[in-house]
Design a protein around this ligand. Structure first.
Ligand SMILES: [Cu+2]
Length: 689
């Protein structure tokens, strides 16, 4: 497979460090001006693309996933019974689903609410990763991209971004992700290489198995079932300060709303994401329906007079192209891939018709290396109702907000009184991967999207500063928000984000997926984490999986108002340190935390959180394993990695060398060998469920 590992290996072997295979050879980056012409495209003349909703499989048995979710792969031609052997033809489900799920109906329903379709099983979906072509501009070239395709739709129909998944709070979901990015599928994968994937649901409070841990792969030609419980974390018992895994209530401050799924495969996330492997994942709950009923937010699922959704996901990505219009990606650029062409939902500088009424915009920074400061050209205020995955207690009105890589803002924009043309614009100037600067906004701005506003003013209620958002009817609205309190702190950990050997470190170490860099006790109180950026002016947006945190200070001062509540990512600007409070509840590890400048992440600025049952915390975890020591295997029922691969991992042969020497790494065989499946009955040491 041609990926960063292989290329590093070849680069080291050639002595120059510059060799790249033809498919990835650096082309002449297209010189598109900040708002200039791209293949003759006149900006703001093509419509915005709006991804379709991912089709849920119905409850009828015949329409459920086949084979049904389970722990074992199915053999060639095998349609029933315990699977025995994989077929390698894309029909295998070679990795089982979360063991939390696999224990049978009693466990399946543990997180269910009345919304679960029939309260007997999860909602099921299927996504297929495959290559297709995409036009960034009308009349432009057909550009090979990787897409998540709705499994119920025809091959080649994948879109960029992928289909939007809509789930319900406390109604579990299984997404089968089938990876057809195999080297030999002509017309499906032009790279001629097997591309492994690992789907991460960014903002999810879910199982380690289903979190897209960097090497819990979906290997090319295989499939994997991801289990998403769609729950909030367990609430801390005020008497014991313990969050019990079983029993107890959920912390409603952390009910998820705006998430996104994207690839997280080790070393190649940057390439996979920028090629298209990303999409929205939205979670509905009663509070949002209540807000819609009151007119605070637009009707759930509602459309405007143009038939467009009133709840609109906008994924912003900067792109860079070769002269022939294909996507440019340089695996040897570890600074950060910065684009010079701005896209929203996969199209270059689109236009979108709106009425003079309220819209809910879920604005996502899906760029690899660029941060944005988002503003409307009219400078009218926007009401932020949510940051990252979660709703705020009350709306906060701002003229602009910062959006680091991976962050989301859930924003109500009211086009009442707006002129006929309003642009969504970026006023944060950035010319390299190092970081950004706010320049004089009247001089420099990137226009991203043009809203064409029409019609007369609506008379809906307004959503203004202080409008109550995450508060339930009849309850003190502020009482619903639970702060992580100082009295709950049980310890402090410090993480220093630095640079070494041209790659990136956390506490002077490179990523090792088998080493726990933090093993908090599951369910016990809260921890104070200090993130210190000491890498000489580079920006590092730091993202934790599994749990978000509450940012207490940045360089000793409170963060922006809208960032004082729940975040899963803190933007560490150059020479910045941040103090956050974080709790680990509900699930055991391993999970990743990392810099979301994806080239930094791929070049090892990533570490492992491994919440583990222990004294003083919750002892009723469903799945446990020996805390990671850098070498020991992770049980295959958690990792889903085939056993012979685990053997190799145990020998530490697979990873970038701990001293960061690419020559040493090459000698030691950087890169995943072709994993040969050997599922002779019983050889994987598992027992039938
Ligand atoms: Cu970084």
């Amino acid at each position: 497979m041609a990926n960063r590992r292989t290329i590093l290996q070849w680069g080291a072997a050639s002595g120059a460090g510059l060799f790249a295979p033809l498919a990835y050879r650096q082309g002449m980056a297209l010189a598109a001006a900040r708002s200039g012409l791209f293949f003759g495209y006149v900006p703001f003349t093509q419509p915005l693309f709006i991804p379709q909703l991912l089709t849920p499989l119905t409850n009828a048995a015949a329409n459920r996933l086949s084979p049904a979710p389970g722990r074992y792969p199915r053999g060639a031609g095998q349609t029933s019974g315990r699977p025995t052997a994989p077929t390698h033809n894309g029909d295998d489900v070679s990795h089982g689903i979360a063991p939390e799920f696999g224990r049978g109906p009693a466990e399946w329903n543990r997180f269910n609410s009345a919304y679960s379709p029939d309260n007997t099983h999860e909602q099921e979906f299927e996504l297929v990763t495959e290559e297709t072509t995409h036009r960034f501009v009308p009349g432009g070239p057909d550009v090979p991209v990787f897409t998540y395709r709705d499994g119920t739709k025809a091959p080649g129909s994948g879109t960029l971004p992928g289909p939007t998944i809509v789930a319900e709070y406390r109604a579990p979901v299984v997404v089968r992700c089938r990876n057809l990015l195999t080297r030999d599928r002509t017309g499906v994968n032009s790279t001629q290489h097997d591309i492994e994937t690992s789907m991460h649901l960014h903002g999810s409070h879910g199982t380690a198995h289903g979190d897209g841990f960097p090497d819990f792969y979906v290997l090319a030609g295989e499939a994997r079932d991801y289990f998403f419980p769609n729950i909030a974390p367990k609430a801390t018992d005020p008497a014991t300060l313990i969050a019990p895994v079983r029993g107890g209530s959920f912390d409603t401050s952390w009910i998820p709303t705006t998430l996104w799924y994207h690839d997280h495969a080790m070393d190649i996330t940057g390439s996979n994401v920028i090629r298209g492997l990303a999409g929205f994942y939205l979670v509905l709950d009663d509070r949002q329906r209540e807000l819609a009923d009151k007119g605070v937010i637009p009707p759930i699922g509602g459309s405007d007079a143009f038939g467009n959704p009133l709840d609109l996901g906008l994924a912003i990505q900067d792109q860079v192209f070769n002269a022939d219009g294909t996507l440019f990606y340089d695996f040897l650029d570890h600074n950060g891939r910065l684009g010079n062409v701005f896209t929203v939902n996969g199209v270059v500088q689109p236009k979108h018709k709106v009425q003079r009424r309220k819209y809910r915009l879920r604005i996502l920074n899906a760029s690899n290396a660029r941060a944005y400061e988002i503003r409307l050209s009219t400078r009218q205020k926007m009401s932020i109702i949510g940051t990252d995955s979660w709703l705020l207690p009350r709306a906060i009105e701002v003229e602009s907000f910062q959006l680091a890589q991976g962050q989301r803002h859930d924003v109500i924009v009211d086009f009442r009184d707006a002129p006929d043309e309003v642009y969504l614009e970026n006023i944060l100037l950035q010319t390299d991967g190092r970081g950004a600067k706010i320049v004089d906004p009247s001089q420099e701005r990137d226009l991203l999207l043009k809203f064409e506003v029409s019609g007369s003013n609506s008379s809906e209620p307004r959503c203004v500063e202080g409008t109550v958002i995450r508060g339930f009817a009849g309850v003190d609205p502020d009482g619903q928000y639970a702060w992580h309190r100082k009295e709950e702190i049980v310890g402090t950990r410090a993480f220093k984000f630095g640079r070494s050997m041209g790659a990136w470190t956390i506490n002077d170490q490179f990523f090792n997926p088998r080493r726990a860099d933090a093993a908090p006790v599951l369910g016990r109180g809260a921890e104070r984490w200090i993130f210190e950026n000491s890498s000489g002016g580079w920006w590092h947006p730091v993202h934790t999986h599994l749990e978000g945190f509450q940012i207490k200070s940045v360089n000793g001062k409170p963060p922006r108002r809208e960032r004082q509540f729940n975040s899963d990512l803190v933007a560490l600007e150059g020479n910045t340190s941040a103090e956050v409070f974080i709790k680990f509840r509900t699930f055991t590890g391993p999970y990743a935390f990392h810099c979301h400048a994806i080239e930094h992440e791929d070049m090892r600025m990533m570490a492992v959180i491994d919440p583990t049952p222990g004294p003083g915390g919750s002892t009723d975890a469903l799945v446990t394993h020996t805390p990671l020591d850098g070498a020991s295997r992770i049980p295959s029922e958690i990792s889903g990695v085939v056993p012979d691969c685990i053997e190799l991992e145990a020998e530490q042969r697979l990873y970038f060398d701990a001293v960061g020497d690419t020559k040493t790494a090459a000698n030691r065989g950087v890169g995943i060998p072709d994993c040969k499946f050997d599922f002779a009955a019983g050889s994987n040491g598992q027992v039938p469920p």
